[in-house]
Write a protein that binds this ligand. Sequence first.
Ligand code: NI
Length: 168
Amino acid sequence: MLDIYTLGEEVLGEKCQPITKFDSGLRVLVDAMFETMSEADGVGLAAPQVGVPSRLFVINIQGVEKRAYINPQIIETSIETDISEEGCLSIPGVWHDVQRPARVTVQAQDIEGKVFTVKAEGLLARAIQHENDHLNGVLFIDRLSDEEKEKMVKAYEKRTKGKRRKER
Ligand code: NI
């Protein structure tokens, strides 16, 4: 299990670097990310969320997709958009509607460095865009208006403080 970094940690705002070594270290990281994600009940997890500023995320949507996306690039987005509620393992306890393109085509490398292409829609398209944003230091709350974002941050901070008090 890896620690999940939360709002306020510098690594979550960084532009991540491409992965160049497809070695056993990468495999260990990917396995640990899948485990951490499933333990946290998430459908996606990006490397910066576990403190690693590299261009990699994992997705696990039951019955749809379970895969690591390494050095992903969104090469096509639909003009049609979709609004749906999102949350993030790095901002636990808050959710908000986010508008995004309804469909995307993404090209990425697998654990061996082999290139693959995925045409995604629905939850998978949303998860890919959310995780890809993480690799550019962008969180879903950054996609909201300043006012909405501030509300989300306040709600999160209130929740975090409340939790800490309870734990004592
Ligand atoms: Ni997230």
